[in-house]
Design a protein around this ligand. Structure first.
Ligand code: PRP
Ligand code: URA
Length: 208
């Protein structure tokens, strides 16, 4: 079973409290998503394989390092969009493949409405991006699609999860490590994470 990594970094915890706050408006909310994502991607890429890279400094030749893998970012629309640019700032060579998945409000089942994956797998590691892992339906659907596509290595990056979502993703895809800023208490009767932050898409894009 792949690990569930929950950040304990003080800056993550500080910013997460601001993100959750009901009074945090969309502009600030987007900034916080951006900052939290950069902390999480730092933790999620600690084990990325490296290969040697010969360079020359002004003083001497040196064998440095470069990332040996091609990385694909797979944001789940809509809310995963806000996690793309902060990662591209750090990994500008990453490819971005969008997947559109929303939860049906009545059944909470995932509905896939957009898939921009190319015909051939062109990355070594896929990072599925979505701030919220609630029932886990959307994340499982995204990972299903990536595996059917042929992706070999997949990780999930989210900000807040419910235990139900983590269990569902681990049960369906035990090989997929999960990186989070927080694991919350539970889902409510409408499938929202409690205490959570509300609807991550609405709060980012001002559509609540
Ligand atoms: C939210 C969130 C996840 C999903 C999580 O998206 O961004 O994609 O719900 O819930 P689940 O784990 O129960 O599937 P939503 O369906 O609200 O779509 P949106 O981002 O377009 O608003
Ligand atoms: N999607 C959200 O945006 N928030 C939740 O709490 C659950 C699903």
């Amino acid at each position: 079973m792949a690990a569930v990594n929950i950040s304990r970094h003080p800056l993550v915890l500080h910013k997460l409290a601001l993100l959750r706050h009901i009074a945090t408006e969309p502009k600030k909310f987007r900034e916080l998503v951006r900052e939290l994502t950069q902390f999480l991607i730092y933790e999620a890429t600690l084990d990325l394989p490296l290969e040697p890279r010969a360079i020359t400094t002004p003083l001497a030749p040196l064998t440095g390092a470069r990332i040996a893998e091609r990385i694909g970012l797979v944001p789940i629309l809509r809310a995963g969009l806000g996690m793309v640019d902060p990662i591209l700032d750090l990994i500008p060579t990453a490819h971005v493949w969008h997947l559109g998945v929303y939860r049906d409000h009545a059944t909470l089942m995932p509905v896939t409405y957009y898939n921009k994956l190319p015909p051939e797998v062109d990355v070594d590691l896929c990072l599925v991006l979505d701030p919220m892992l609630a029932t886990g339906g959307s994340a499982c659907a995204a990972v299903d699609i990536l595996k059917q596509w042929g992706a070999q290595r997949i990780a999930f990056l989210g900000l807040i999860a419910a235990p139900e979502g983590v269990q569902a993703l681990q049960a369906a895809h035990p090989d997929v490590p999960i990186f989070l800023a927080a694991l919350d208490e539970r889902l409510n009767e409408r499938g929202y994470i409690v205490p959570g932050l509300g609807d991550a898409g609405d709060r980012q894009f001002g559509t609540g």
